[in-house]
Each structure stands twice: as C-alpha cells, then as structure tokens.
Design a protein around this ligand. Structure first.
Ligand code: COS
Length: 386
C-alpha cells in the first residue's frame, strides 16, 4: 500500500484545483443562497470528465481509482461543499453497482454514469432506519419478472435528478437483514409507482437536493437486482466502507478551504496597530487548525490507498481497510467542524455574516459528521474491530 501521490494524481489535483478556483468558486455563495440542485456544477464536471474518474476504461471511465477521485473531491470542497456532494453522491450511488452488478448490467448503466449524462442516487435511509441500516422496512416482492416495491425512503440526496436509485429493500422479512433479509434493486427514473415526496430545507450543502422517495406498488424489472437476493446488507456495508473516505475527503477540503481563508484574513486584518496573525493567541489557533488538517489528510489518503483495488470476493476487504475508512471519516469530519468553527472565530464579526465564506463552510461541514454514518457510528465500527 502506497499513498505518495503519483505524477498522474498530482496532475489531476492541479487541474481540478484550477477548475475549482476559476469555475466553481465564483458561484459558490449563489449556489448556497439559491437552494436548488447545482446543474451549473454538473455541466462543469461533465465538460471536464470528472464523473469518469473511478469508472473502468471499458465503460468510458478514466480508471484513476478512489485516491484520485478523493483528490478531486478535496479540491472542489475547498471552494464549494455543495459541488463536492455532487461528485460524492455519484460515487456513493454507483458503488453498489461497481461492487455487485453483473457485466451486462455494468455495460448498460456505466457509460452514461461515467460521462455524467446520467446521475445516480443511493436509497438506504428511511424514517425509521438511519444508523440502524438493517432496520429498514421498504419491501420488494418478486412477481414473475418484476419486483413490486412498497415503502418510503428519507434524506436521499439527488434522487429527484437521478436516472437510477440503488434501493435497499427487504426481500425476505423473515430473515435478519445481515442474514439474507435485504436486497439492492436499481430503480430507474419514471418507474411506475415511484415518486418524489418532500424536499428538505437543509442547513448546509444547499446546492444539493435531498428528498423523500415514495414507492407505491412500484414495478421494477427483476433484472435490476444486484447480485443475489439476500446480498443487500453485505453490499450496503461494503459500499459504505468504500465511500466513507470520500466523505472524509470532502470534510478535509472544507477544512482546508476555511483554514486558507482564515490565514489570508489574519495577515490582512489589523487590530491594535498590527496584523492579527502576529498575536500568539490567534496564531497558535491557526497552528492547531493546520496540524489537524494535515493529520486528516494523511488518514484520508492512507484509507483511499487501501481501497484502490476492488477485491473479487468482497468478504476479503481487509479489516484494516474497514478500520481506516471509519477512522478517516470520523477524524476528518470532526476536524472540519472544529476548523470551520475556529475560522469563523478568526474572522470575528465578519465570520458570522454571509458576505464571507467561512459561515457557509461551517454549515457545510456539519453534515460530514452525520451522513454516510454519524461520527458515533464510525466509533461503533472502529470499536467493533478492537
Ligand atoms: N463489513 C463486513 N461485515 C460487516 C460490516 C462491515 N463493514 N459491518 C457489519 N458487518 C457484519 C457483522 O460482522 C455481523 O456479521 P455476523 O453476524 O456474521 O457477525 C453483521 O454484519 C451484523 O453486524 P452488526 O450486528 O454490528 O450490525 P448492526 O446493524 O447492529 O450495525 C453498523 C452495524 C452500525 C456498523 C451499520 O448498521 C452501519 O454502518 N450503520 C450506519 C449506516 C449509515 O451509514 N447510514 C447512513 C445512511 S447512508 S448515506
């Protein structure tokens, strides 16, 4: 396992940094204020081939791996947390397919996903099942060559704009979730009986939509089942193991963006006749922020390096990789919240108003402690490995 960046990864990092600074930064505040899905970001990602990063070349992907993908997420998140979510959800929604779809299914779904023509969402959470992933109640019953799905999903990012949603459902309610009770079925936009319910009005990442999904006798071809009936819980857990470092990369980017802004501000802002960065109380705070961000980066890159290859047998994902995935998400998310809060403090009154970006960054950081497993769930995963 190696996590020094290759020349190819550094080139991608520099390219995405330029795209983020020149094309995403100018609209970041407006995306937050508008509170609508950021199609302008999708266009920029499509034009620059960023959705392709982690797809295999045979499907039109760039096959650069999850570390490269996370470098892109980090650069985007430095300037716009909402735009970073658009990349993240694409990876999260595609991951069950990457891990468990058949070659025929991949051939059908991946070219449109790699180009970004189609978007995809991940349908796990329900009103009664968030941290308790196995407690979901949506049901899918096989009838002939179709599944009939009934239930409600909640807090699903981008399901309103996605072509596909990977939906987790009970296919054998008599069995516990992790012993064959759940399956993952790909529901396509426009499937009869599938509709979008309420849209959430969120604290942060407001350029990304989050909504409720309603399935009322929704009919889906049985051919859209991933792997075998009953494999669902395992696919879900593996998906989250693979994608938590990506959320960690978003948290890392938000934290670095806030730190950079706070340092630049502290050099300019004069009080008591000198720049505030010359006061030890403040520059020690910046030193702590810098140290935390760098520690988060090392964890995120190391976790990503462990997930560069998808093993053919998913039960062989090393325990060490699961541990690092959860640790990187936990540490980077906690760092993002701490560093953005401190960045607001460095800017004082200016930090508390919307004219300056650290206020938005602090709101955007909060979700990284919650989605794809709360910080408390990451501790459960880490503790389970001890
Ligand atoms: N990899 C492989 N196996 C795993 C696993 C993983 N990451 N996590 C759990 N398992 C296995 C366990 O080893 C256990 O198997 P055995 O019964 O054979 O020992 C089985 O799955 C059940 O494990 P456990 O009893 O710990 O499951 P729980 O449902 O109680 O909780 C957590 C597991 C909390 C880790 C899981 O439910 C989780 O990740 N929840 C958070 C979900 C989430 O992120 N939600 C956010 C929405 S998605 S945006």
């Amino acid at each position: 396992m190696q996590y020094d960046l290759t020349d190819e990864q550094r080139m991608l990092q520099e390219t995405v940094r330029k795209i983020a600074q020149e094309q995403l930064l100018p609209g970041a505040a407006a995306r937050d204020a508008k509170n609508e899905f950021a199609w302008d970001t999708v266009e920029i990602f499509r034009e620059n081939g960023l959705f392709a990063c982690d797809f295999k070349e045979e499907y039109g992907g760039a096959e650069m791996g999850v570390l490269a993908f996370c470098l892109a997420v980090e650069e985007v998140a430095k300037v716009c947390g909402s735009s970073a979510v658009i990349l993240l959800v694409h990876e999260l929604g595609s991951m069950p397919m990457m891990l468990a779809a058949s070659p025929e299914q991949k051939k059908k779904w991946f070219p449109g996903l790699a180009s970004g023509e189609h978007l995809v969402a991940f349908g796990l959470t329900e009103p009664g099942a968030g941290s308790d992933a196995g407690g979901l109640r949506t049901k899918a019953v096989k009838k002939g060559d179709k599944y009939i799905i009934n239930g409600t999903k909640q807090f699903i990012s981008h399901a309103d704009v996605a072509q596909y949603v990977c939906v987790a459902a009970q296919t054998d309610p008599g069995k516990p979730a992790h012993k064959g009770g759940l399956s993952i079925i790909v529901v396509e936009k426009g499937a009869p009986g599938f509709s979008i319910g309420k849209h959430e009005d969120k604290m942060g990442i407001r350029g990304s939509t989050t909504c409720e999904l309603i399935f009322e006798d929704c009919e889906v071809p049985a051919a859209n089942l991933l792997a075998n009936e009953g494999d669902g819980f395992h696919i879900l857990m593996k998906t989250l193991d693979f994608t938590r470092p990506c959320v960690a990369a978003q948290a890392l980017g938000i934290a670095q963006g806030a730190l950079d802004y706070a340092v630049a501000y502290a050099k300019e802002r004069q009080q008591f006749g000198k720049p505030i960065i010359s006061f030890q109380g403040l520059n020690w705070m910046l030193a702590d922020m810098d140290t935390q961000v760098e520690a988060a980066r090392q964890m995120v890159y190391k976790a990503c390096a462990m997930f560069q290859e998808v093993p053919k047998d998913l039960s062989r994902v090393p325990k060490e990789a699961i541990r690092l995935s959860a640790m990187s998400k936990l540490f980077a998310a906690e760092t993002a919240m701490k560093v953005t809060t401190d960045a607001v403090q460095v800017l004082g009154g200016y930090g508390y108003v919307k004219e300056y970006p650290v206020e938005r960054m602090m709101r955007d950081a909060k979700i990284t402690q919650i989605y794809e497993g709360t910080s408390q769930v990451q501790k459960m995963v880490i503790a389970a490995g001890l």
